[in-house]
Design a binder for this molecule. Structure first.
Ligand code: NAD
Ligand code: FES
Length: 282
């Protein structure tokens, strides 16, 4: 059993929890994910690790209520327990293998969309601790859905904010702001990383290609059981079939067949809506 050390709501539908899971925290790296189960009958839910503290033995997870199981997670309170927390799973971000000299010479721009902002945090924290230059773009539909603003601005070199409706920061999507930051403000980056909805990662990749910027994307959002067994996270990368949960979740954005990935995601979303509907009827 894994105790919830703290819980807070970042917005009405997004909760952040610090969970006591010492073995996971001791070996976690940025870019990895874990699987939780609320109780012994619960569904296995893959969630990206949003922070980890090996000294305290805790991991932080951020969950958006979008289906029956994520609502169950967000209904748990501080002092209650998860039945299982399994991880860390997946491969760490590729920069953990870079030398200090390589990282000190690199200039990263992170493109974080909505709740996808949470897994960006441990990556920025790690890169800053090793001397890299890091700017971050956070995008959300409206100002009240922006998360991790304070945490990110305390860490990164420059934080850029955008909202679809212009209620805070640049009015428009992350791709428009990325173009502005590079073309109008004259920032040079050596690497982009995009984490957020699949459609955002597709268009961030198209924009990065236009700007001549290498880009890594995180395909966590495809996962269902996270074990390499169910096949839900199959995705074509550079013409080859890959399983995001065991061979990813991060891939070179230029190589990802986003349209196929979005079709696959659509199939599972329909099942989730049905399941949520059944729960309301019960
Ligand atoms: P959202 O729909 O509010 O989108 C966030 C931002 O993405 C928007 O404000 C916009 O700037 C950008 N965006 C959206 N569509 C775009 C487009 N067509 N072109 C350019 N930019 C676009 O995000 P949300 O409602 O918070 O949803 C978050 C999604 O992120 C969920 O689907 C969740 O599964 C996913 N997610 C992904 C990861 C990951 O590792 N990739 C991790 C956590 C969550
Ligand atoms: Fe099931 Fe990857 S999520 S095989």
């Amino acid at each position: 059993m894994y105790r919830i050390l703290s819980k807070e709501m970042l917005s009405p539908a997004i909760c952040r929890m610090r969970v006591h899971a010492p073995r996971v925290a001791a070996s976690a790296h940025p870019g990895q994910f874990l699987i939780v189960r609320v109780d012994e009958h619960g569904e296995r839910i893959p969630l990206t690790i949003s922070d980890f503290d090996p000294v305290e033995g805790s991991v932080t997870i951020v969950t958006q209520k979008i289906g029956a199981s994520t609502k169950e997670i967000c209904a748990l309170e501080e002092g209650e327990f998860f039945e299982d927390v399994v991880g860390p799973l997946g491969l760490p971000s590729d920069f953990v293998d870079k030398t200090d000299d390589e990282l000190k010479a690199s200039r990263y721009i992170f493109i974080a969309g909505g709740v996808g902002t949470a897994p960006v945090y441990p990556q920025v924290k790690y890169l800053k601790s090793r001397g890299a230059y890091v700017d971050v773009i956070i995008g959300a539909k409206t100002a009240d859905l922006l998360i991790y603003k304070d945490e990110m601005s305390a860490l990164c070199d420059h934080l850029y904010i955008c909202t679809d409706d212009g209620s805070e920061g640049f009015k428009g999507m992350v791709t428009g702001l990325l173009e502005k930051v590079v073309l109008e403000d004259g920032n040079n980056y050596t690497q982009a990383v995009a984490i957020g909805p699949m459609i955002m990662m597709k268009f961030a990749t198209l924009t990065a290609r236009k700007l001549g910027l290498p880009i890594v994307v995180s395909l966590n959002t495809l996962m269902v059981d996270g074990t390499g067994m169910c096949g839900a996270c199959r995705v074509t990368v550079a013409g080859k079939t890959r399983f995001a949960c065991v061979e990813g979740p991060e891939f070179n954005g230029y190589d990802v067949d986003f349209d196929e990935a979005m079709r696959r995601q659509g199939m599972f979303r329909n099942e989730e809506i049905e399941e949520d509907h059944k729960c309301k009827i019960r």
